[in-house]
Design a protein around this ligand. Structure first.
Ligand code: NAD
Ligand code: UDP
Length: 310
């Protein structure tokens, strides 16, 4: 039986990835310090003999017992509110945490997969974003702590591949949503659904003309799993290329929840990217992957999940 390690395993994506790895026959070791994660995301695994958990801050030296075949480095605050509140921890986990996780991969002869992000493209001047675009990031702005940490993490990952011959992969994840997101993590999907379910005003930042493209979590995890099994080392975008404005998105949530909410316009956060859409040609050619869950279906499942939690 192969063993996978998932750092950030108690988070939204880490817990879904864990479920997929267990379904694929892996035994899984989760590592998390719960800084933005949730024990409830792992509750269903408490009697799973192939799952074990280590509570640990991966920015400090990591010790994993036994053989390891695959390491998924997902630990990092991920929502703009989280990384604005945790700037130093975000920089540390992207830099020191990535270095430590790569060190484990090198010592164990394991494959390493980095959860990187569309934020590497910053406020992009090229649209849609292809992997060969170097990005437009403000290093000293409030989002710089996350963007630059992930860009450093990518550079470190490529260095371990080139100089230590570690088998590495990099996924650039675009906005993903689904059950197990934290209601108050500040990201647009839980924020709008929470407000709509309570019939409170939907807080659209700016005039709502900025765009995003939303990928349902099962599609994302499928792409990441396929990438982990393939022999390719440069970054691969995984996301849904259907783009809509945040105002359109707010209207969609109001309709799907049957809410009485109105829209309230609030100031746009500093450096908020104006447009974002992945070019997924590379993932299609390399992995035969494309998203299959449409926005309406994914949002209905997510809304159902949040209904008992608002
Ligand atoms: P999340 O906050 O739900 O999960 C992150 C997990 O990492 C949490 O459980 C947190 O406690 C843990 N963590 C953070 N710092 C740690 C540390 N120093 N040591 C141990 N554990 C630590 O966020 P998520 O949405 O699941 O994101 C997971 C990964 O995917 C992150 O690396 C994020 O940057 C990346 N990503 C996510 C999205 C998205 O749309 N969800 C988009 C782009 C990139
Ligand atoms: N946004 C919003 N209201 C909110 C939360 C977010 O209008 O309550 C906007 C935000 O300004 C951004 C988009 O929705 O343009 C997506 O924000 P999110 O925090 O989900 O992630 P981002 O894509 O910016 O990393």
């Amino acid at each position: 039986m192969k063993t996978a390690v998932v750092t950030g395993g108690a988070g939204f994506l880490g817990s879904h990835l864990t479920d997929r790895l267990l379904a694929e026959g892996y035994s899984v070791i989760g590592v998390d310090n719960f800084i933005t994660g949730n024990r409830a995301n792992l509750e269903h695994l408490k009697n799973e003999p192939r799952y074990s958990f280590i509570e640990h801050d991966v920015s400090k030296y990591i010790t994993i017992p036994g053989e390891v075949n695959l390491i998924f480095h997902f630990a990092s605050p991920a929502s703009p509110i989280d990384y604005l509140e945790l700037p130093i921890q975000t920089l540390k986990v992207g830099s020191l945490g990535t270095h430590n996780a790569l060190g484990v991969a090198k010592a164990k002869g394991a494959t390493f997969l980095l959860a990187s992000t569309s934020e590497c493209y910053g406020d992009p001047l090229v649209h849609p974003q292809k992997e060969d675009y170097w990005g437009n990031v403000n290093p000293i702005g409030p989002r710089g702590v996350y963007d630059e940490a992930k860009r450093f993490a990518e550079a470190m990952t490529m260095a371990y591949h080139r100089y230590h011959k570690v088998d590495t992969k990099i996924v650039r994840i675009f906005n993903t949503y689904g059950p197990r997101m934290r209601l108050k993590d500040g990201r647009v999907v839980p924020a709008f659904i929470g407000e709509a379910l309570k019939n409170e005003p939907i807080t659209v930042f700016g005039n709502g003309s900025q765009t995003r493209s939303f990928c349902y979590v099962s599609d994302l995890i499928d792409g990441i799993y396929k990438l982990s099994q393939c022999d390719f080392h440069e970054p691969v975008n995984i996301g849904n290329p259907i783009e809509l404005t945040i105002k359109e998105f707010a209207e969609r949530i109001v309709r799907l929840t049957g809410s009485k909410s109105t829209i309230s316009y609030q100031p746009l956060p500093v450096d908020d990217p104006k447009q974002r859409r992945p070019d997924i040609t590379r993932a299609g050619k390399l992995l035969g992957w494309k998203p299959v869950v449409d926005l309406e279906t994914g949002l209905k499942q997510t809304i159902d999940w949040f209904k008992s939690r608002v």
